[in-house]
Design a protein around this ligand. Structure first.
Ligand code: SF4
Length: 275
């Protein structure tokens, strides 16, 4: 969607899919839905169809056109592993990520059973790339811990947790095989409360397990007022990234042309389509 993002833990967002449906309590105040529905019915707007799920093949090759390496949040306005996104389309997204290793991709899902199945089969090459980080959302124990188990049972080289919105004390978290943890409270109208003790517990477990910890925000109705200081400081830790030189424009155009051929059944389709 945007070459620049205001999300604290990324540089850019890339949305080859738009729209989603709710699946668990963490979705109750989905920011993507609120944003998208504001533009339902506005002719020509990318969210003219509100939050209805649709594929946007014209966005598939977008990262190859960016002239600087970025950290890219994949599908900030959707969930790549939603049931209605065809396997073939998910594979195409993975292929683009594999073919542009100068970017670092962050793929986050609440549909962890499908993540587990596909990373163990047709996405195995993408799973093993160090520039593609695979994550699950955890808002509470009931929904979050099964996702954590699914993630741990993938061959992903880099695995992360987005614990946002944090809705309860998670207690002991099994961080074995996890490479990054993001924590945040819910923000906006009707935001559910977060407690400092819940956050400190996660931070201390990350420190004990040597897992980079990123504290995104306290949230609340006035997110900017609440800020993101935890015990007087910010926590902006990330997994190590390997710098990768970016090919020049001509080489990127060549790769783009090759991908257009490989993905011709998708990129040749109309601008966007619902399923
Ligand atoms: S899975 Fe994510 S994008 Fe989809 S409704 Fe839930 S919070 Fe929104």
């Amino acid at each position: 969607m945007a070459e620049i993002s205001h999300i604290e833990w990324t540089d850019a967002t890339w949305n080859p899919v738009r729209g989603c449906t709710k699946i668990s309590p963490g979705c109750a105040h989905c920011y993507a839905e609120t944003f998208a529905e504001r533009f339902r019915g506005v002719p020509g707007h990318p969210y003219e169809m509100g939050f209805d799920l649709r594929l946007v093949p014209e966005k598939l090759l977008e990262p190859l056109q960016w002239s600087r390496p970025k950290m890219v949040f994949v599908n900030s306005m959707s969930d790549l592993f939603h049931d209605d996104v065809p396997d073939r389309y998910i594979s195409a997204v993975a292929q683009v990520m594999c073919e542009s290793p100068w970017h670092t991709y962050q793929v986050l899902t609440k549909r962890s059973p499908r993540l587990r199945t596909l990373l163990g089969s047709q996405l195995i090459r993408a799973a093993q790339q160090l520039n593609i980080w695979w994550g699950v959302s955890i808002e509470n124990k009931r929904y979050g811990f099964p996702r954590l188990e699914d993630l741990k049972n993938t061959p992903a080289a880099i695995r992360f947790l987005s614990i946002e919105p944090l809705l309860e004390d998670l207690g002991r978290i099994d961080l074995e095989g996890i490479h990054w943890v993001i924590v945040g409270g819910e923000s906006g109208h009707g935001a559910r409360p977060i407690k400092e003790s819940w956050v400190l517990s996660i931070m201390e477990q990350c420190q004990a397990a040597n897992v980079p910890f990123f504290f995104k925000q306290w949230g609340g109705v006035h997110k900017s007022r609440a800020g993101r200081l935890l015990r007087g400081r910010t926590y902006n830790e990330f997994p190590a990234t390997r710098p990768h030189s970016i090919p020049n424009r001509r080489e990127r155009d060549t790769r783009t042309a090759q991908l257009v051929q490989h993905l011709s059944d998708l990129v040749g389709r109309k601008k966007e389509y619902a399923l």
